[in-house]
Write a protein that binds this ligand. Structure first.
Ligand SMILES: *Cc1c(COP(=O)(O)O)cnc(C)c1O
Length: 380
């Protein structure tokens, strides 16, 4: 192996900058000139195109991925006294929305290979109160859906990382009762903020629609069927999301190249291993997560993250186990240990991955990782 370059970057490499260009700028300007600031024709077009993209009957645009998850649970009738089984290795929003409904999040431990929810653990936890199962497709690797779907309770997918993903040839977004996507600034379709719920159920789509906005209707009188929320997506954001949908394949080609470069590099670094990607599935390549084994890699994840920051390389952590965060420790003190998730929470590190990065940026990140590894692991 050639000696890695010994110089660090002059400018900091952001972990996940959005890939926004002139097309998005022009689309926003057009939308503002159109006079539609709130939900209008762009949001409707986004829903049409996204439903077609995933092959679902309905797509409903909302203000965030969090709102998408919350409204999907509300539409399913999840409420006080119910339980929703979910994964601890996720952004806290996945569990928070369960709390918002008045139900209780029940955490099932994850699989060591890809850190997705373990269907055997879920099967052990399903009971009379289980109202839904809420898996996350971590990093873009689909969770093992078939055994979850067989358990009985409706499955709601957190597909915030999984726009392009397919599970055993079936596109994510058209498989379970409801699938929830995020349009947050770092996600594969980045509008800044926003979310989408896809479903094949007319009843669920209607229930989500009833809750996401109160319609004024026509005439001098108006009425509401339910005391709903306010979670409709603005056309300004929808117009950005539409541009990002146009670029999805081009962006995927860049992600594929960067992931291949990382795979080749970490294969030579003892104690640094990427999460498993199942060749039977299509991975959305949203994150490149490695696990750092402190014994073999010579230092902890936190030490690697600090050393990479000194090398001007931004990284992130996906995720700390939700049940170990203060709000959850205080709320559910009787939570049993989840050993696989807890170990993973100390070992995971996400390397820079974005279609806004150049090949040279990724080469810089790899060179920095090699230098840090040489230092900590003694040049193995
Ligand atoms: C980003 C994210 C969310 C929340 O999406 P927002 O659009 O930020 O509300 C939920 N779950 C996971 C796994 C995420 O990464």
């Amino acid at each position: 192996m050639a000696a890695p370059p010994s110089t660090r970057r002059e400018t900091f490499l952001s972990f996940q900058p959005p890939a926004i260009g002139e097309q998005e700028v022009a689309a926003v300007a057009d939308t503002l000139r159109s006079g539609w600031l709130t939900t209008g024709p762009r949001a409707a077009e986004l829903e049409r195109r996204f439903a077609e993209y995933v092959g679902a009957r309905h797509a409903l645009a909302v203000t965030s991925g969090t709102a998408a998850l919350h409204l999907a649970l509300v539409a399913l009738g999840v409420g006080p006294g119910d339980e929703v089984i979910t994964t601890p290795i996720t952004w806290p929003a996945t569990a928070n929305v369960v709390v918002h409904t008045g139900a209780r999040p029940v955490f099932a431990d994850v699989r060591d290979s890809d850190l997705n929810i373990d269907p055997d653990e879920v099967a052990r936890l399903v009971g009379r109160r289980t109202k839904a199962i809420l898996p996350v497709h971590l990093a873009g690797q689909p969770a093992d859906l078939d055994p979850l779907l067989e358990l009985g309770p409706p499955v709601v997918e957190d597909a915030a990382h999984a726009v392009e993903a397919a599970y055993r040839g079936r596109k994510i977004g058209a498989i379970s009762e409801a699938t929830c996507f995020s349009l947050y600034a770092t996600k594969n379709v980045a509008a800044g903020e926003g979310g989408l719920i896809t479903t094949n159920s007319d009843a669920l789509a209607r229930a989500v629609d009833d809750h996401r906005i109160m319609r004024r209707g026509s005439g001098s009188r108006y009425d509401i069927a339910v005391p709903g929320y306010k979670a409709n997506l603005s056309d300004v954001l929808a117009s950005i999301a539409l541009c990002q949908l146009d670029k999805l394949e081009r962006h995927r080609d860049i992600r594929l190249r960067h992931v291949a470069a990382y795979d080749a590099a970490v294969a030579e670094l003892d104690g640094i291993e990427p999460l498993a990607r199942d060749p039977r599935d299509t991975h959305a390549l949203h994150l490149y997560v490695v696990r750092i084994d402190p014994e073999r890699a010579g230092a902890t994840r936190d030490e690697y993250q600090r050393a990479l920051a000194e090398e001007m390389i931004g990284t992130s952590i996906h995720f700390l186990p939700v049940h170990e965060l203060t709000a959850y420790r205080e709320r559910y003190p009787e939570q049993p240990p989840l050993p696989v998730a807890e170990r993973a929470g100390r070992e995971v590190l996400s390397l820079p991955l974005s279609p806004a990065h150049t090949d040279a940026d990724v080469a810089d990140a790899i060179a920095a990782l090699r230098r840090v590894h040489d230092r900590f692991a003694g040049g193995s």
